[in-house]
Design a binder for this molecule. Structure first.
Ligand SMILES: *[C@@H]1O[C@H](CO)[C@@H](O)[C@H](O)[C@H]1NC(C)=O
Ligand SMILES: *[C@@H]1O[C@H](CO)[C@@H](O)[C@H](O)[C@H]1NC(C)=O
Ligand SMILES: *[C@@H]1O[C@H](CO)[C@@H](O)[C@H](O)[C@H]1NC(C)=O
Length: 335
């Protein structure tokens, strides 16, 4: 797409979003850690038949990207963490990645974000993220495209943060998060956040009600000064928003790049709970309510995951899919 076409497209998209605030807010993570997954073209047909209009890929895959061309499905494309160091130190490595994995597709599919790395903060690779993002961004611009660059963080970038208004980045993560957020702000990009309500429920079942984690109206609300939280999803998003504001950045939105609920392998991991969580999530976002801290601002969220993946570690890790590899539903969710 040319810049003009992209702006025209964004204008039309914005008009659409203003009329249907919850429309297009839901996507799905398409992981490929299975040896029995269906052909990409069958997967794209499945997504289309179920009105799923956004996918996130953890890494480029030629067959998948080719199948996505002209599908009308938006894509968040990840770069592998092992590349962060070379992207940061060598602009030509970033250019080469963009020329191979973005340029051949960018005229016929809408890349929503390029996610430069996943969940490396805090950690040894964190130091490379800002320069890697800058070099990928420059390579995309040089190729003549306008695609926002971001990075996906887990909730472990946060320090002790209860209630949500006390949200703050951890001491270890603050400097790097500030640098990343200033870059995202200068580029009108968003922060990608992997936010599973299931994790706090697992680690502290005495204090985190199951209903609160499942976005169930029956949950006892949690109050935070003048705000009332009816579910843990909103609370987690607002915790990160509070952290972003505390480092002096005001205009960076959050996109939830992963959320979901497992169906087997541990406590609370049932088909019934997973169906409740994902259905409630979709209803929450479609309501257009936004979060208590950001009323009316709809968070986009990508459910994890499309398929049960049999090459992941045994147990709960293999049981996050909405579909079995034969494309039968594990449980039904309306998109
Ligand atoms: C897809 O969306 C259209 C229009 O909103 C709707 O009529 C149709 O029932 C949906 N299909 C599925 C499978 O959800
Ligand atoms: C970000 O958005 C502002 C306001 O819409 C605009 O003036 C600015 O040019 C944008 N910056 C980039 C890098 O797109
Ligand atoms: C698909 O796979 C699931 C899980 O292995 C199985 O229970 C189901 O019967 C299969 N469906 C079809 C149509 O083969």
């Amino acid at each position: 797409m040319t810049m003009e076409k992209i702006y025209a497209f964004i204008f039309v998209l914005n008009c659409f979003l203003n009329i249907y605030p919850g429309a297009r807010a839901i996507g799905i993570n398409y992981g490929l850690n299975g040896d029995d997954l269906p052909a990409p073209s069958d997967v794209i047909s499945l997504l289309q038949s179920r009105n799923i209009s956004k996918v996130r890929l953890f890494a480029p895959n030629t067959a998948v990207l080719t199948a996505l061309k002209d599908s009308g499905i938006d894509v968040i494309l990840g770069t592998e963490n092992q590349n962060l160091r070379s992207f940061a130190s060598d602009p030509s490595a970033a250019t080469s990645w963009v020329n191979t994995n973005v340029v051949p597709y960018a005229s016929s599919l809408n890349f929503e974000y390029i996610a430069v790395g996943n969940e490396v903060i805090p950690g040894d690779l964190a130091q490379y993220v800002p320069s890697a993002m800058q070099n990928i961004d420059a390579a995309i611009l040089n190729a003549g495209f306008a695609i926002p660059v971001s990075h996906a963080v887990s909730m472990s970038v946060m320090g002790p943060s209860f209630p949500p208004s006390n949200g703050v980045f951890s001491t270890e993560a603050t400097a790097i998060m500030t640098e990343i957020l200033k870059f995202l702000s200068s580029k009108n990009s968003s922060l990608l956040v992997n936010a599973y309500t299931w994790f706090p429920r697992q680690s502290d079942p005495n204090n985190v009600q199951l209903e609160y984690a499942l976005i169930d109206d029956a949950a006892k609300p949690v109050t935070d000064n003048s705000l009332t939280y009816q579910n843990l999803f909103d609370a987690m998003v607002d915790t990160v928003y509070a952290g972003i504001e505390k480092v002096g950045v005001s205009n960076v939105d959050i996109v939830v790049a992963e959320t979901g609920w497992p169906t087997a392998g541990t406590t609370d991991a049932t088909i019934e709970n997973a169906q409740k969580f994902n259905s409630n999530l979709i209803k929450l976002l479609a309501s257009g309510k936004g979060t208590p801290r950001k009323p009316g601002k709809v968070v986009e969220a990508y459910i994890f995951a499309l398929f049960n993946e049999n090459l992941k570690p045994e147990g709960v890790e293999r049981n996050w899919g909405l579909f079995y590899p034969n494309m039968t539903e594990v449980y039904h969710v309306d998109f």
